[in-house]
Design a protein around this ligand. Structure first.
Ligand SMILES: [Zn+2]
Length: 143
């Protein structure tokens, strides 16, 4: 058994697909926090076989769009005084703003500075989004 102390307050991102934990860690810039952050990978799970999990020991404004894009099947647990006080499941966002970059090299957003480009979901299974400027399709892939 892995023994990791319970957090007192903060956020636990649970049921992440094995391998997604590090992508989530990077995409949410958890390395920039000065509070304790624990990234657990390949934890045995009855439901999933193995899973990743992240514990963040602080109040933190999670970007649910970024999280939902990387792994729409995670559960987010909010912890106060050592107890889970709220749970949130995620879905793949229907629209995202300022997160993705257009794959079309001729798209205006790739040679002019365009802030917060908007993308619309077109294929949920493949995580394909349509650019608001050029209508080209871009498949989301975490860095
Ligand atoms: Zn575009």
């Amino acid at each position: 058994m892995i023994n990791v102390s319970q957090i007192k307050k903060g956020i636990v991102i649970d049921h992440a697909e094995a391998g997604h934990g590090f992508h989530i860690y990077k995409a949410l810039h958890l390395d920039a926090l000065s509070d304790p952050v624990v990234l657990l990978t390949n934890i045995p799970s009855k439901k999933m076989g193995v899973k990743d999990m992240i514990k963040i020991e602080t109040d933190f404004e999670l970007n649910m769009d970024v999280l939902g894009l990387i792994d729409p099947y995670v559960t987010v647990n909010f912890v106060r005084d050592g107890q889970v006080v709220a749970k949130q499941s995620l879905t793949l966002p229907r629209e995202v703003t300022g997160i993705m970059q257009c794959k079309n090299p001729r798209c205006i957003t790739n040679y002019e500075k365009v802030d917060a480009v908007h993308f619309y979901l077109v294929d949920e299974e493949k995580k394909i989004y349509r650019c608001e400027y050029c209508d080209a399709y871009t498949r989301f892939k975490p860095e």
